[in-house]
Design a protein around this ligand. Structure first.
Ligand SMILES: Cc1cc2nc3c(=O)[nH]c(=O)nc-3n(C[C@H](O)[C@H](O)[C@H](O)COP(=O)(O)OP(=O)(O)OC[C@H]3O[C@@H](n4cnc5c(N)ncnc54)[C@H](O)[C@@H]3O)c2cc1C
Length: 381
């Protein structure tokens, strides 16, 4: 028997749960299918926290954050809980770093509050850090972090309250698309709808091949670590900003971190990791060597945590595009199939606005938000 809906969403991560919520808010009958349990650890959206920030090296993301923040506040109101914890944020690195300079320019041209500090002034103001003499430190007061898993579960609860059907442990095996409808086949049934939204994270590339599209998506295995210094107080969210160190000229990658909250430990990670064709190829066991590779960075710039024990390490997946911009667009051949993918390790902060854009594109064919960076046509050829 085939069950029919207005829209089917594949994947209940940050993007699929937000899309299902906004579709259900617009009165659509929605089916959301997730291959694993809800809020599982094998994709990209599980965990305590993700950085939220205006501080981007491209004005379009600065402007997208302007559009996203009211949706975060709306989501918090709808749920009656706080998801966005404002700590202020630092971007730091050598004064010559081009990303840091472009970030300052983008904030300036968009009229977003910020301060650019010399390292000696920043060392006094943020005593957890030891900025090098030739560093510049950008402070943006609206940065902070988002409670990640609580956001996903919150969107799912709101969608369900609006009547959406959410099925976990239900992998989509086959997608069939015809001129104005779709059919998805799982091990336990077939479902059809007028619209399909594919938000399948690191699995999107293989799934979308069935619809005749080959997207340049690469899953990366990323490790995050939670340090537990004895004097945790100064590394807690009330006292310490979120931060991004633009040090890829000095270390293997950009490094970022989030202060401790609710006993999480002080999060630190490289922005990136090894690539594979499919998420099933990755070991999910954290490597002790990843923390050891981060310790020279800690000794140089955050010495108070450099010798601290690790409370926990986890593996999480990025799915990157070649230019690290997102894909938020209709399928080139089937306008009723809409794709949200390739969030390249920086998508969570935008998840409500991405969910709304996917919903706009599915229902109206376009979105009022600026999606010009996110088109599939940029990969043509
Ligand atoms: C370590 C780490 C740190 C990050 N830090 C930040 C940060 O600080 N700030 C920020 O903004 N972003 C950050 N990100 C990025 C952000 O978390 C991701 O961009 C976002 O979570 C991507 O969500 P998604 O819904 O696309 O993918 P996912 O969360 O992976 O969701 C996709 C879902 O689709 C399901 N699925 C796949 N195939 C099928 C199928 N055939 N049938 C049914 N279900 C299927 C999967 O099981 C999965 O649940 C970080 C990511 C990681 C990994």
């Amino acid at each position: 028997m085939t069950n029919t809906y207005d829209a089917i969403v594949i994947g209940a991560g940050a993007m699929g749960s937000a899309a299902a919520y906004y579709l259900s808010e617009r009165g659509q009958s929605v089916l959301l299918l997730e291959q694993f349990e809800l809020n599982h650890r094998l994709g990209s959206s599980f965990g305590y926290s993700r950085i939220i920030r205006y501080a981007y090296d491209h004005s379009q993301y600065v402007e997208l954050m302007r559009d996203a923040l009211p949706l975060w506040f709306g989501l918090q109101d709808a749920l009656g809980e706080t998801l966005y914890i404002k700590t202020g944020g630092l971007d730091f690195g050598p004064a010559y770093d081009s990303t840091l300079r472009a970030t300052v320019d983008a904030l300036r041209s968009s009229g977003i509050d910020h301060e650019l500090l010399a390292s000696n002034a920043a060392n006094i103001r943020f005593p957890q850090f030891n900025f090098a003499d030739d560093f510049k430190v950008l402070y943006q007061p609206d940065s902070g972090f988002i409670a990640a898993s609580r956001t996903v579960l919150g969107c799912l609860n709101l969608a369900r309250a609006n009547g959406a059907i959410i099925k976990d442990h239900t992998a989509v095996e086959t997608i069939r698309v015809d001129a104005d409808a779709v059919e998805v086949i799982t091990a336990i049934g077939t479902h059809s709808a007028g619209k399909l939204i594919v938000t399948a994270g690191a699995w999107a590339k293989s799934l979308l091949k069935q619809t005749g599209i080959h997207l340049p998506l690469t899953p990366l295995r990323c490790q995050l670590n939670f340090m537990a210094p004895t004097d945790m107080f100064q590394y807690e969210a009330q006292h310490c900003p979120v931060w991004i160190a633009h040090v890829s000229a000095l270390f293997p990658e950009t490094v970022y971190g989030i202060p401790s909250h609710g006993g999480s430990g002080f999060k630190i990670a490289f922005h990136g990791g090894p690539a594979a064709d499919h998420p099933s190829s990755f070991s999910r066991e954290p490597d002790a060597s990843n923390v050891e590779d981060l310790r020279p960075f800690m000794r140089a710039f955050i010495p108070g945590i450099a010798e601290a024990p690790v409370r926990e390490s986890r593996v999480c997946l990025y799915t990157v595009t070649p230019d690290e911009h997102f894909i938020v667009d209709a399928h080139p051949e089937y306008k009723h199939v809409v794709i949200g993918a390739g969030f390249s390790g920086h998508g969570f902060k935008f998840s409500p606005i991405i969910g709304k854009m996917l919903c706009d594109i599915a229902l109206n064919g376009s979105t009022p938000h600026n999606d010009s960076l996110f088109k599939i046509s940029r990969f043509a050829g």
